[in-house]
Write a protein that binds this ligand. Structure first.
Ligand code: NAG
Ligand code: NAG
Ligand code: NAG
Ligand code: NAG
Ligand code: NAG
Ligand code: NAG
Length: 499
């Protein structure tokens, strides 16, 4: 019997009792007053008891979010009620706990990838090591990193994959070990590798869209078909960082150790977690801003950038500097305007029949020709799959144009600052290919593209996604060194149609 119908029963029972008292009174005039008092008393008692039942049931209902009319799998969640404080407030960074996979031996090599996004006293979480950090026996653990914790011993678990490492078990159990710390007010557990870079403002924007009282498993699969085929299309790839809501984590930790043994043959920690998800019957909710980055850098879709991964295995983001310096410059643009990072805008210079494609905070590509938007949103294949093959990817690519003079001229982010009133940013992008262009006798006078853009409000990400538009406001004459572009929301009937 459901709670709702027994709730009705409670009311009927007391109503019947009250009617009985009313229906068979001993009618003596002298007793009328006493009858009246008795009846009132009965009604009052009845009312108070009903109220008590009603309140306790509705409280129960509120705390445990239980309703018999919800999905059949949505069962009573045995949350500690303290985690329900401010349950309806919007999700913010304090509601997320990060569980980062690390290793005692290599954490120093990759600490930059965490330090660049970790905000001490703002982001919550831990870097889990398989043993005490070796190099650091006497020094203190840096404050710029998540505090470390040492994982439990994994030797009693089975691992039968021929090419992988027992280490995968340490990574797989991080969720459970983080959960068991029993931290308060946790809505989401977010797992990441030692080389995952998170864009936390955007992560919050994305997670805030979902009801954290439901069971969610959120990320995206790999960009590389080979990885999805070898592993699973429906799985969250660990390196891109995946998010698990509290109620799902609560169920998962109960069966995780069993899954690790049952799926001992699977290679990766993320595969083992996915196998557990499959047993629970929860599928991956795909969010395109997570990037496993198995061999690609550009091509962020119209979605907030949430993560990047494997940067140590790619060319530096900006080819005019090193990997870590690149990442710092990129993150400085991100911090100026988180929601806008990597968002594309396309505009034409009808004077010269040129096309500009801006990836905000990263680069500008200038084509000395009129290109269609469908061409421009197809990525040049300047990358390979994780295993080093040419193809295929889960999105379309086009070959790099062999003729240097027909390729787009690339300008990389150089500087960025607030426009002065806190309403817009001014970013400048500096030409990169000068030397090559000169060698090919097709050098260009434009040395900078300077872009003005209003701050991108996170609320915009709650609307149906649409690429923003831009105007070239200066520098369309022969001989200009600087082209100035303004990015803005498109007008209703506007389209990127070649002039
Ligand atoms: C996050 O939200 C909680 C309410 O759930 C609030 O108490 C807290 O101050 C917020 N924290 C930040 C950093 O905004
Ligand atoms: C974090 O907070 C602690 C305690 O409030 C403080 O001692 C420490 O300096 C803070 N660290 C940073 C990096 O702000
Ligand atoms: C992460 O840890 C694993 C296990 O030690 C190691 O093989 C890998 O190189 C590390 N990667 C990073 C980015 O630290
Ligand atoms: C631009 O292209 C149009 C046709 O697409 C052509 O008529 C026009 O002459 C071109 N202008 C220049 C400056 O090349
Ligand atoms: C464009 O940006 C460059 C580099 O920040 C700056 O030196 C130049 O003054 C800017 N030009 C204009 C017209 O704003
Ligand atoms: C560039 O121009 C110079 C002089 O006109 C010529 O010698 C050279 O071959 C040209 N280079 C290319 C790649 O066309």
């Amino acid at each position: 019997m459901s709670l709702a119908s027994s709730f009705l029963k409670v009311h009927q029972y007391y109503l019947t009792k009250a009617w009985k008292t009313l229906a068979f009174p001993t009618i003596k005039l002298t007793n009328l007053l006493s009858l009246f008092l008795k009846t009132s008393l009965a009604l009052c008692t009845c009312f108070i008891i009903s109220l008590f039942f009603y309140l306790s049931l509705s409280l129960y209902h509120h705390n445990y979010n239980y309703s018999p009319f919800q999905h059949p799998y949505h069962f009573i969640i045995s949350h500690d009620p303290s985690t329900f404080e401010n349950n309806n407030e919007p999700t913010n960074i304090s509601h997320i706990v990060f569980g980062m996979g690390g290793s005692a031996k290599s954490w120093q090599d990759h600490r930059h990838y965490t330090e660049v996004w970790w905000q001490p006293n703002v982001t919550r979480g831990f870097m889990w090591l398989e043993q005490e950090p070796l190099v650091l026996a006497k020094e203190t653990w840096p404050e710029t990193l998540p505090p470390y914790k040492v994982s439990g011993v994994t030797s009693s678990f089975m691992y039968t994959n021929k090419v992988g490492l027992q280490f995968a078990i340490h990574l797989a159990r991080i969720l459970k070990e983080t959960f068991q710390l029993g931290l308060e007010n946790v809505r989401w557990f977010v797992m990441g590798d030692n080389d995952t870079v998170f864009f936390t403002e955007n992560l919050v924007t994305v997670l805030a869209k979902y009801d954290h009282n439901e069971m969610y498993y959120i990320e995206d699969n790999s960009e590389s078909v080979e990885q999805n085929v070898a592993q699973t299309y429906g799985m969250a790839f660990g390196g891109g960082g995946f998010a698990i809501s509290y109620p799902l984590a609560e169920v998962l930790v109960k069966i995780l150790d069993g899954c690790i043994n049952r799926y001992a043959v699977l290679f990766g920690s993320d595969q083992k977690v996915h196998a557990c998800m499959s047993e629970i019957g929860v599928q991956l909710t795909k969010e395109p801003g997570f990037h496993q980055t198995d061999g690609l850098l550009a091509a962020n879709p119209i979605a907030p950038l949430v993560s990047l991964h494997h940067l140590h295995a790619s060319e530096p983001l900006f080819r005019d500097t090193g990997r870590v310096e690149s990442l710092k410059r990129f993150v400085s643009a991100y911090k100026m305007d988180p929601g806008r990072i990597l968002q594309k805008s396309i505009c034409y210079d009808p004077n010269r029949n040129w096309t500009f494609s801006v990836s905000w905070g990263y680069n500008v590509e200038l084509y000395r020709s009129l290109e269609t938007s469908i061409e421009l949103q197809t990525t040049f294949k300047t990358f390979q799959t994780w295993r080093g093959y040419e193809d295929p990817f889960t999105f379309n690519t086009r070959p790099v144009i062999p003729d240097q003079c027909k390729r787009p001229v690339v300008f990389f982010l150089d500087q960025i600052e607030d426009g002065g009133l806190g309403e817009w940013t001014e970013s400048s992008y500096k030409i990169y290919d000068n030397v090559l262009l000169e060698k090919s006798n097709c050098s260009l006078e434009v040395q900078y593209v300077n872009v003005t853009a209003s701050y991108f409000r996170p609320e915009l990400w709650k609307k149906a996604p649409r690429r923003q538009c831009c105007d070239i406001i200066k520098g369309t004459d022969e001989g200009s060194n600087v082209v100035e572009i303004v990015i803005r929301g498109c007008h209703q009937f506007e389209s990127v149609t070649p002039p």
